[in-house]
Design a binder for this molecule. Structure first.
Ligand code: URP
Ligand code: ZN
Ligand code: ZN
Length: 497
């Protein structure tokens, strides 16, 4: 071992990987996991150990990968309130050591639909803008997806360089939002072109035409109060869109990734369509053509939030798709949890897109003016553990898969990231499984003045977080790194199984 190398020994923890739970020690050398087990450590190795961490009574999870965030996202003349610095610092407190944020191509035109009437911003320019925001500011490691809002030869010609030279191998498309949505044929074109390069297309699956006609009708009738938001975006908008995506995927024989699935009906579309979900023999995630992502908010919150008398209270929860009804049997939430356990839902990401109360006030009397999105990057693990594992809905291995391993596999980060295996980056969360606490704006680290989970009681807490072999949050909750410690991840081909 060379003189400058650093070693950490984590002793007596229970190591939870995507395939097992074992009581074991972990030896980290130069930022990588070198050994896992009941190891014999040789004399020279002992001499190099700079830190021993006692993880007795703690679980050790891989560092989380949040594959869906929006830091400093420009919308309607404002930006989401977490910068890359504040948002990724908060992410670390919740055990997330890698984010993949969305860089959105600007159409460069007030023309909304169809996108073919506008040339659109160069995709490389879009990425330049996002790198400028992120570089030198990020605390977690990070990658970028690219949202493509204009499909033409100019943008398609840029794809190869973007995948190969800039390490961006996943693209987002929108079926909703008039200023961003593209046609089904355009989605198919992008899927074909991306696939040739090892890229994957992700989709915001809501039927834009249906939503726009409901919005238009409500505006005509002057029904513009925030409580109309969920009525403008009914579940059928999601199921229509998913049905169309199943058709596209079947026709092209290519996979597609649906972001922020919100409903049991949407999940059932994939379940009913033989061959669209994960193949039985390959187990979770492997050969699915429709890859589903959901978010903690759809697993634990419901549309009763839209019944509040105070419109600002409603606006706190305005996101697209909206929260769904719980009903007598809590069907939406229960089915989504089941979808995780079955392997249909392969990723839980946060869609973190926070706006302050002042920003949410912009739409206090008018749903068309509410910035959409909620904060959550800090709470994914604690909600998955407390509401999912402790309530018997998912196993710890299933938790690890949707929390880290599957997003790493799907988005070209495995085996560097996503699991506790020898050779991987030592990104680890030391987690106290019995620590009870309450989620609140009073103690969260996100740059937003309300919590979507205010008063939510959880059991289990991230105690210490390690990123590339460095303790980044210590046992006392102290941040141990400077802004800019996070590295950009040049991602490989997607869907490595
Ligand atoms: O309401 C949401 N989800 N805002 C963020 C942008 C998106 O559609 O993912
Ligand atoms: Zn979306
Ligand atoms: Zn989003």
């Amino acid at each position: 071992m060379n003189k400058n190398s650093t070693s950490i020994l984590i002793k007596n923890g229970t190591v939870v990987s995507s395939s097992s739970q074992v009581k074991a020690n972990i030896l980290i050398v130069d930022g990588k996991i070198k050994k896992i087990g009941d190891m014999n450590i040789s004399e020279p190795e002992w001499n190099d150990i700079t830190e021993v961490i006692d993880a007795s009574n703690l679980l050790i999870f891989p560092g989380g990968i949040d594959a869906h965030t929006h830091m400093e996202l420009p919308v309607m003349g404002i930006s989401s309130s977490d910068t890359f610095a504040t948002g990724t610092r908060a992410a670390l407190y919740g055990g997330t050591t890698t984010i993949i944020d969305f860089a959105n191509q600007n159409r460069n035109s007030s023309l909304s639909h169809p996108s073919s009437q506008t040339e659109g911003e160069s995709l490389n320019h879009t990425l330049d803008k996002w790198f400028k925001k992120a570089e030198g500011n990020v605390y977690t490691d990070y990658g970028l997806h690219l949202s493509v809002t204009v499909i033409n030869t100019k943008t398609l010609d840029e794809l190869k360089g973007i995948v190969e030279n800039r390490g961006v191998s996943s693209f987002k498309t929108f079926m909703a939002y008039p200023n961003m949505r593209i046609s089904d044929d355009e989605i198919a074109t992008l899927m074909r072109e991306a696939n040739k390069l090892g890229g994957l297309v992700t989709v915001h699956a809501e039927d834009g035409q249906l939503i726009e006609s409901l919005i238009e009708e409500n505006i005509k009738e002057r029904n513009i109060s925030p409580k109309m938001h969920p009525l403008n975006r009914p579940t059928i908008a999601e199921t229509n869109a998913i049905s169309r995506l199943i058709d596209i995927s079947n026709k092209e024989q290519l996979p597609i990734y649906v972001v922020h699935l919100s409903s049991a009906d949407g999940l059932n579309k994939v379940r009913e369509n033989k061959g669209a979900g994960p193949s039985a023999d390959a187990g979770v995630s492997a050969k699915a053509k429709i890859i589903l992502e959901t978010c903690p908010q759809y697993l634990v919150l419901d549309d009763s939030k839209y019944l509040h008398k105070d419109p600002l209270e409603i606006n706190k929860f305005v996101m697209s798709p909206p929260l769904r009804e719980s009903g007598i049997s809590n069907k939406n939430q229960n089915e989504l949890w089941k979808g995780i356990a079955e392997g249909y839902i392969q990723v839980v990401a946060t869609d973190h897109c926070p706006f302050t109360l002042e920003q949410k006030k912009l739409g206090i009397n008018n749903f068309t003016m509410i910035p959409n999105g909620i904060p959550g990057v800090e709470h994914r693990l604690e909600i998955l553990f407390s509401e999912g594992f402790l309530k018997g809905k998912i196993t710890l291995e299933q938790l690890v898969k949707v929390w880290a391993t599957n997003p790493a596999n799907i988005f070209g980060l495995y085996p560097q990231k996503g699991d506790i295996v020898v050779g991987a980056d030592a990104d680890l969360v030391l987690f106290d499984p019995s620590f009870k606490h309450t989620l609140s704006v009073k103690n969260h680290h996100m740059n937003v003045d309300y919590s979507a989970y205010e008063g939510f009681e959880v059991t289990g807490k991230c105690k210490c977080v390690i990123l590339r072999g460095k303790v980044v949050i210590d046992n006392n909750g102290t941040l141990k790194i400077n802004q800019g410690y996070g590295k950009y991840l040049h991602r490989n081909r997607c869907l490595h199984y």
